[in-house]
Design a protein around this ligand. Structure first.
Ligand SMILES: Cc1cc2nc3c(=O)[nH]c(=O)nc-3n(C[C@H](O)[C@H](O)[C@H](O)COP(=O)(O)OP(=O)(O)OC[C@H]3O[C@@H](n4cnc5c(N)ncnc54)[C@H](O)[C@@H]3O)c2cc1C
Length: 446
């Protein structure tokens, strides 16, 4: 791990004597976790104890009970792995204020946080940095190249960020790393997680008929990666846009919860044949998405669009729409369009929608909403509520690409969309067997 992965959130000193504390949040893993590696390095250099905390905000309203269950299983697995390394993981469910009091009691030498580009997380981290007496830093384990190092501005598109990535990537590739046994901790201080007790504290809503098919945890993520590399990578470029084939990696939820590092994935594919299209998504598109959210605080509303896109959408605001749906009609997959309803149903049942259908799904929300701003808010609400990989820079950027032309260029002008790129049902028909997709997700209607 390089020093560029670390960003100071305050100018306070290291208070040598107390433990090094790593507050895990976005990177629920042991392997290739820069925050954890940095925490242990500092603790070893200063002969200090090392503690890992996780503060579960069990009432985060946009997410469902099932999302918490996925996350808690991952935390449990990490706690078992850390216990073997003599590193305790303490899970707290306190309010932000009480949790700060809990942290202060430890008199930490330093607090290390996981990087997030999203507004709510950054504000919370800034508050912690202001209120603690010790140094507080954040480490970027979300990206291979730290977002603040890759570029100091909002990039225009994949075309402008790609050369920067190609230049810097070799500097951030290192051999897989896991922490060592931490002998400065007292033996036996293990704190294994009781999953059921934690789940009992989760207040988020249990969604009926919603059964994510992805097995939680770091080990499961590594298995999914192994299967992808052995069985699917070779044909990824040709088959990835066909939602009737399960040909993509299905790693997005693991990446979202930090159960696998993008570096681990990159290392597994970098010497394989036919890897270019996959690396473009995993590294270029994914790091471009985080660059957008990190540098543009309006990533979740129309003000985050470029001038040309705002102007064209406002110009077409009063265009007649053939269909206008309310949120509840979208949510219950009750539009006139079977392909759209099938995509929405895939997400409602499994917590995952195929990437190609996500674009169609979102563009139609623009077409059938009273305004682009309403469309953005509808898409964000549904995406964050149902996608297991939701509440992520990739989601906000994907929505802003679809509705507000982010990282795209103006296309031919048409009703409602203005110059925003258009997609239609015939395009789906040309690309793959859309009837087969519809009959899989809407068997009674096809
Ligand atoms: C409207 C819309 C909403 C989206 N919402 C989300 C979301 O909430 N969370 C999310 O992780 N992705 C989102 N995406 C991006 C993309 O569709 C998913 O990451 C991908 O479909 C996940 O499937 P996979 O893991 O099998 O992807 P693969 O095709 O196997 O790609 C590998 C990894 O690369 C990254 N990736 C792939 N495509 C993109 C992309 N276009 N932009 C950024 N990163 C990408 C993902 O981390 C993915 O897991 C959205 C895209 C759109 C158009």
């Amino acid at each position: 791990m390089s020093p560029e992965n670390i960003k100071e959130l305050n100018k306070k000193p290291l208070l040598v004597g107390g433990p090094v504390i790593y507050l895990m949040s976005k990177d629920i893993r042991v392997k290739n976790n820069p925050s954890l590696m940095y925490a242990q390095r500092l603790a070893l250099e200063n002969k200090l104890e090392l503690k890992v905390y996780f503060n579960l905000y069990a009432d985060l309203s946009v997410r469902s009970y099932q999302h918490f269950a996925f996350m808690i299983k991952g935390i449990e697995e990490v706690s078992v792995k850390l216990a073997k390394l003599n590193i305790p993981l303490v899970v707290s469910t306190s309010s932000e204020k009480d949790f700060l009091t809990e942290l202060r009691k430890n008199k930490p030498c330093i607090l290390i946080l996981d990087h997030s580009s999203l507004k709510h997380a950054r504000k919370k981290q800034q508050r912690v940095a202001e209120r603690l007496d010790c140094k507080v830093v954040t480490c970027d384990g979300r990206n291979i190249i730290p977002v603040w190092y890759l570029s100091d501005k909002e990039e225009h598109s994949a075309r402008t960020i790609r050369p920067k990535i190609n230049k810097l990537l070799p500097l951030f590739i290192y051999k897989n790393k896991i922490p060592a046994f931490h002998s400065y901790n007292k033996q036996g201080d293990k704190n294994l997680i009781n999953c059921n007790k934690l789940l009992a504290k989760v207040k988020a809503k249990h969604l009926s008929d919603y059964k994510p098919q992805i097995i939680p945890g770091e080990d499961a993520a590594l298995d999914v990666l192994g299967r992808f590399v052995n069985l699917k990578l070779d044909n990824y470029q040709e088959t990835r846009s066909d939602p009737t084939k399960e040909s993509t990696s299905l790693l997005s939820a693991y990446l979202h919860f930090g159960m696998i590092s993008p570096l681990t994935i990159y290392s597994a594919v970098k010497d394989m044949d036919n890897n270019a299209a996959f690396i473009e998504e995993l590294v270029v598109r994914r790091e471009l998405a985080d660059n957008y959210c990190y540098n543009n605080h309006n990533y979740d509303n129309l003000k985050g669009a470029k001038d040309w896109a705002q102007k064209t959408l406002i110009k077409h605001l009063s265009d007649r729409r053939e269909f206008v749906y309310e949120l509840q009609e979208f949510e219950s997959a009750s539009t006139h369009d079977k392909a759209w309803n099938a995509a929405q149903t895939q997400m409602l049942r499994t917590g995952f929608m195929h990437g190609y259908m996500r674009m169609y799904w979102c563009k139609k929300i623009l077409e059938w909403s009273s305004s682009a701003e309403t469309a953005i808010q509808t898409a964000i609400y549904l995406n964050d509520k149902y996608q297991l990989d939701g509440l992520d820079s990739n989601g906000y950027t994907g929505i802003m690409w679809s509705i507000a032309g982010i990282h795209d260029r103006p296309w031919f002008e048409r009703e409602v969309y203005g110059s925003i790129r258009y997609m239609n049902f015939n395009g789906l028909k040309r690309k793959f067997n859309i009837d087969s997709y519809i009959s899989k997700w809407l068997p009674k209607q096809s």
